[in-house]
Design a protein around this ligand. Structure first.
Ligand SMILES: C[S@@+](CC[C@H](N)C(=O)[O-])C[C@H]1O[C@@H](n2cnc3c(N)ncnc32)[C@H](O)[C@@H]1O
Length: 275
């Protein structure tokens, strides 16, 4: 069984490489998308690409990649605790710097072991009493707690409970919006007290209909959902948030192998403030 999965995996990886190369050429893009428009062609490409094709929903993508995921998010083998800011963090610093003195509670959704906390506090005036709460999957929460305790961190906490977003000053969703099936505005709408500020960073958005794909990082594969940019922003506006800023996280991109025209050249960051 394992040999069968491994053989199929190798076939998918090579098929995705060929599609990716073809998609870099205008004629290749036309070819792939022309084939995809025919029912038979779409079925064939779907089979050849397996978990690397695009899916309607996150759930479909998750199911397709499960045997090949190498543990997915639950496999934190490459955990890196870098204290160096990425280019897209500097845009976040621009909005955060002046507001930090008034921010006492921060909720970091998909915050891993607290890597943004360790990085951001070197760049921003984090209040001595501020509480930075990280939410992530159980493995990360466990590791993050151990790491924080070894370092004697007093401002950093970890939780499994997403409802603790309620009432915070700042919600950070960096590099993780696309892993959540419930759209963030729908989640925020249900809170009793919505965050005053929301920082979204490093997420792949689409300008067309929403869909899901699998990100292949080599050592792990994870399913993600591409939210529609205008709908996301409109939904936040409807909840009373103004968009203070939008920027490109140009250090990250996403190739959609079976729909090259839908590939994302740069991820997005957004700064939102409750009006
Ligand atoms: C790319 S990392 C982002 C880490 C950090 N926020 C940053 O910007 O560098 C994505 C994180 O989202 C977490 N994640 C994915 N799905 C999740 C879920 N359903 N619930 C909580 N965390 C999740 C992963 O475990 C991982 O730590």
């Amino acid at each position: 069984m394992e040999a069968k999965i491994s053989l199929r995996d190798t076939q998918i990886v090579w098929a995705a490489k060929i599609f990716r190369l073809l998609g870099m050429l205008a004629s290749g893009r036309r070819l792939i998308e022309g084939i995809e428009r025919t029912g038979f062609g779409a079925t064939m490409c779907g089979w050849i690409l397996g978990y690397r094709r695009s899916f309607r929903t996150l759930d479909e993508a998750e199911k397709a990649v499960r045997p090949y995921a190498k543990g997915g998010h639950e496999n934190p083998v490459r955990l890196e605790l870098s204290r160096v800011a990425k280019p897209s963090d500097y845009a976040a610093f621009y909005y955060l710097r002046d507001r930090m003195p008034g921010i006492k509670t921060i909720f970091d959704m998909g915050g891993s072991v607290g890597n943004l906390y360790y990085c951001y506090r070197d760049y921003l005036p984090l209040d001595a009493d501020a509480i930075w709460t990280v939410h992530d999957l159980p493995e990360y929460v466990q590791m993050g707690r151990e790491m924080a305790s070894e370092k004697g961190e007093r401002n950093l906490q970890f939780t499994h409970d997403l409802q603790r977003v309620d009432g915070v000053d700042l919600l950070i969703v960096s590099g993780s919006l696309h892993y959540f099936d419930e759209p963030l505005p729908a989640f925020i709408e249900k809170l009793k007290q919505r965050p005053r500020y929301i920082l979204i960073n490093r997420t792949p958005l689409t300008d067309g209909p929403e869909f899901a794909v699998v990100q292949d990082a080599g050592y792990i594969r994870v399913a993600c959902k591409l939210y529609n940019r205008s709908k996301l922003i409109d939904d936040f506006r409807r909840l009373g948030y103004g968009v203070g800023g939008e920027w490109q996280a140009a250090e990250l991109g996403l190739t959609v192998v079976d729909r090259p025209s839908s590939s994302v050249g740069a991820y997005t960051g957004l700064w939102l403030e409750r009006q």
